[in-house]
Structures are given as structure tokens and as C-alpha cells.
Design a protein around this ligand. Structure first.
Ligand SMILES: NC(=O)c1ccc[n+]([C@@H]2O[C@H](COP(=O)([O-])OP(=O)(O)OC[C@H]3O[C@@H](n4cnc5c(N)ncnc54)[C@H](O)[C@@H]3O)[C@@H](O)[C@H]2O)c1
Length: 451
């Protein structure tokens, strides 16, 4: 069977759903992409992605032109024309830190309504990140309730967690390090497995397990990575108290130990984005429902939240009193190569700077519009990097966009006379001079006093 024979639908055309749809289409499947947001569907119909993700626009454009990706706002049209459906709706954080399953619950009921009168056997795969038990207790139950049909006999269910990273989502989807298929059902397993094998070939690692283990794999994966970041940020903060200590050299050394590994040991202002903060928090709440004490995960979360203060402490150290000073924040997206500002630490840092009376201006190659929706006219949005640096008292590098590689002490001196540079990622090519004070997270020349 070739990829061409696969007809799939994907519900939710966000970062995960649209990237998955475009990649499945590139690999030869016919994909119906559904979203309840008509505006998003209109943009995709025009062959564009509604958000910035490297290489995605080109992939979407081709897939739509070749009619391999069919954007629609009708779940019924998508399911009727496919045999396999991936659920990729959002699972945001509730105000108490738990996982909001409203979108997952609603879409499952809608699916139930759609398959009510169908005589075709259809398989539904949950790709959204959901707490263990959700695929069985919410998705399956709601499809059954909406359709009056029975799982196994009338339709199949699997859980296939997603591991793509924003900023390299297309690459990650084209070449996943693993595909996890969670299902306890042989018929479903055979369908989903043959779909992925046909599309991805014999070399891609496919792990088969049950549904709850698949759900737990995703939370374990993100919690471990988040813990690694909080660990190295703890070491970075120790370095900031010890003259001469350098977190990058430490990370480089311990990263050569195969038991540790070198990735995710880059100290900085803390993790953000639409996944780590909500997944760690959701997992904490889930562990509590089991009567467990999630001390390690709580520490990871707490260290991360405190790290924004480490940035502010460096600003105070470099600048003295903050009130009335012009501060340029470089990078508001939660990482480079995305315009996503969800849970970005930059947002928290800007909030704190405003609270302390700073006049804040920002620069970001892609996320200016999204940032404007958060801060409106409370901050300034200079049109160029040069304007962002003009007469500033302090530059805070938050996101390591390649665009900021050009910044040197000479460049800064062209635009402003005296300035503190706070480099949260040790990324800038700026040398300290008489007029430019350079301070970095995890790397100090002199002992910093705490404020
Ligand atoms: N963003 C990531 O990097 C990433 C990585 C791995 C896993 N995940 C997980 O994947 C899931 C989706 O994440 P995302 O970032 O793509 O979310 P998103 O918020 O960007 O997109 C979700 C989309 O689903 C649509 N939607 C919601 N309800 C719908 C319905 N009933 N019918 C049709 N469309 C509907 C929304 O309009 C939205 O476009 C989440 O569970 C997330 O935790 C995300």
C-alpha cells in the first residue's frame, strides 16, 4: 500500500495539526484539515500558514495546490472522506494549573454525532497532550455517547503523542525520533501502524504500547526536559555568585557524560511556550489526584518561575534603579524561529520592568504583532533594530534570534552613549567597555550582590 491510498483527517489546524497535515500530505497522504476557526481555514485555503513556522508556508502552499491538503471547517466532511482521524485540538492550562479538556471533550462529542449514522469503521487517534485516562474516559466515552456506538466493534481509538518542537516543527515531523502508538486493540494497531510504516518507511522507530502508557510518555518526556532546564538554571544562578564561574563550560563538560547528554543544558531565563509550563503544571495536578506528592515537578516549576527574577536582578545590577530608564527587550517569542509568545518569559520580564517604572521598548523579528495584543500602548514597538537601540539605557537579550548576532559593542555605541547589556543566553558578541556594562546569566567576572 502506498501513502497515496491513505485518506486521513486532522482536527485542529494549530501548530501541531497543520504541521502534521502538511507533512502527511508531503509524504503522499490525502489529508482533510479541519478547524472551527473559519479565519484560519480561509488562510490555509489560500496556501498559507496562519502562524510563522520555518518551511511550513511552502509545504502548505504545495499541499493545497496539489489538493493533497483539503482545508475545511466541516468535521463531517473530513471524517466522511477519511478512514483515520487525528485529534489535535488545544489542551491549555486552567487557572488552577490543571489541564483544560473542554476542547477535547467537545470535539469527541462532535465526532460521535458525525459517525452516528455511518456504517464505516473509523479509527480516531488522540495527538493532543492529555492526562492519563483522558483518551478512555473522555474521548472514547464522548464518542460513544454522541454516536450510540461501541469502541472496538464500531470504531477504534489510539493515542499517538506528538513530540515536534516549534521552530523546527517541519523537520521534526518529517523525521520523528520515535512514533508512539498507544492502543490495546489489534485492529486499530494494525491500521495505525501500517499508516505510519507506509508514510515513514522501515527505519523510523515505532513503539507500540497501551493508551495510558502513551499518554504518560508525553508528560514524562516534557517533564524530564523541563527539569533539565531548571537544573542547569540552578547551576547558572550559582555561577552568578562565584567570580569566574562559567555555566557553559560546566554544561559542556557534564554533557559529554552519556548518562547526562548535552541537549537541554543551555541556561537562560527559563522555559516558556505552549507546552512545558502547562504540561509540568498539568502533570503536577494529575499526580495530586493520585495522592502522590510531586515534589520534583513542583521544584522544576518553581525554579522556572523564579528565573524571571534572576533577569530582573541582573538588570538592577547593571543599571541601578530601574524607574524612568529606557529598556530594550530583544526577543519576545518564547524561542527563536517562532512567533509564539504563549507563556514566554519575556512577557513576565516586561511586566516586571513596567511595574518597576521602566520605559520598555521591544524588538522581535516575528512576534511584534502578537506582543502588541498583550501590551497595547504600554510599551513601544520600534520599526527596526537600530531604532530599538537608539538612546536606550539597557538592552536585555531574551531570545537568541540569529538577527541579534550582528550586535556588538561598536554597534551599540553608534546608537547610545552608555548602556547595560543583559545577555540571558550568553549569545551576544558584545565586549565590555568603559561605557557598556555586559552581564550574563551564568557567567560573571565579579561577584554580584543580591537585590
Ligand atoms: N505546540 C507544540 O509545540 C506542541 C507539541 C507537542 C504537542 N502539543 C499538543 O498538541 C495539542 C495542540 O497544540 P497546538 O499548539 O497545535 O494548539 P493550538 O491552540 O495552536 O491549535 C489548536 C487548534 O484546534 C482548533 N480547535 C479547537 N476545537 C476545535 C473543534 N472542536 N473543531 C475544530 N477545530 C478545533 C483551534 O481553533 C486551534 O486552531 C495540545 O494538546 C498541545 O499540548 C503541542
Amino acid at each position: 500500500m502506498s501513502g497515496l491510498t491513505h485518506k486521513v483527517s486532522i482536527i485542529g489546524m494549530g501548530f501541531v495539526g497543520l504541521t502534521t497535515a502538511a507533512v502527511f500530505a508531503k509524504k503522499g497522504a490525502l489529508v482533510y484539515g479541519v478547524d472551527s476557526d473559519e479565519n484560519k481555514i480561509d488562510i490555509i485555503r489560500k496556501g498559507r500558514a496562519p502562524f510563522f513556522e520555518p518551511k511550513l508556508d511552502a509545504l502548505v502552499k504545495r499541499a493545497v495546490a496539489q489538493k493533497r491538503l483539503v482545508p475545511t471547517s466541516s468535521i463531517a466532511e473530513a471524517i466522511d472522506n477519511s478512514d483515520l482521524t487525528f485529534i489535535c485540538v488545544g489542551t491549555p492550562m486552567n487557572s488552577d494549573g490543571s489541564v483544560n479538556l473542554d476542547y477535547v471533550a467537545r470535539v469527541s462529542l462532535q465526532i460521535g454525532q458525525v459517525i452516528k449514522d455511518s456504517r464505516k469503521y473509523h479509527v480516531f487517534c488522540v495527538k493532543s497532550t492529555v492526562p492519563p485516562g483522558t483518551t478512555g474516559n473522555v474521548v472514547t466515552k464522548n464518542i460513544e455517547a454522541g454516536s450510540n456506538k461501541q469502541r472496538s466493534t464500531d470504531f477504534g481509538i489510539a493515542m499517538t503523542p506528538e513530540f515536534l518542537r516549534e521552530g523546527s516543527a517541519v523537520e521534526d515531523s518529517l523525521n520523528p525520533h520515535i512514533i508512539v502508538i498507544g492502543t490495546g486493540d489489534k485492529k486499530v494497531d494494525s491500521r495505525v501502524h501500517s499508516f505510519f510504516r507506509n508514510l515513514y518507511g522501515p527505519r523510523t522507530k515505532i513503539l507500540k504500547t497501551n493508551i495510558v502508557t502513551a499518554e504518560l510518555i508525553k508528560y514524562s518526556n516534557n517533564s524530564f526536559l523541563a527539569t533539565k532546564i531548571s537544573f542547569i538554571n540552578t547551576i547558572a544562578n550559582v555561577c552568578n555568585k562565584i567570580p569566574g564561574a562559567d555555566v557553559d563550560i560546566i554544561a559542556g563538560a557534564i554533557g559529554t557524560d552519556p548518562r547526562i547528554g548535552s541537549q537541554f543544558l543551555s541556561a537562560g531565563p527559563g522555559y516558556g511556550g505552549s507546552c512545558f509550563p502547562k504540561d509540568v503544571s498539568g502533570f503536577i495536578q494529575f499526580c495530586k489526584t493520585l495522592g502522590l506528592d510531586p515534589t520534583l515537578l513542583e521544584a522544576t516549576d518553581r525554579v522556572n518561575k523564579l528565573q524571571a527574577q534572576a533577569v530582573i536582578d541582573l538588570v538592577k545590577h547593571g543599571l541601578g534603579p530601574i524607574s524612568g530608564k529606557s529598556i530594550t527587550v530583544l526577543g519576545t517569542s518564547f524561542k527563536k524561529n517562532t512567533d509564539d509568545i504563549r507563556e514566554s518569559v519575556s512577557i513576565r520580564v516586561i511586566d516586571k520592568l513596567l511595574e518597576l517604572g521602566a520605559i520598555v521598548r521591544i524588538h522581535d523579528p516575528m512576534a511584534m504583532d502578537n506582543t502588541r495584543t498583550v501590551f497595547g500602548n504600554k510599551i513601544e514597538y520600534p520599526a527596526s533594530l537600530a531604532n530599538a537601540l537608539k538612546n536606550t539605557d539597557c538592552v536585555v537579550l531574551m531570545t537568541d534570534w540569529d538577527d541579534y548576532r550582528v550586535i556588538t559593542e561598536k554597534m551599540i555605541r553608534k546608537f547610545t552613549s552608555k548602556c547595560a547589556v543583559i545577555d540571558t543566553k550568553r549569545f551576544l558578541q558584545v565586549k565590555e567597555t568603559a561605557d557598556i556594562k555586559y552581564l550574563a546569566i551564568g557567567k560573571t567576572k565579579a561577584t554580584l550582590s543580591s537585590h
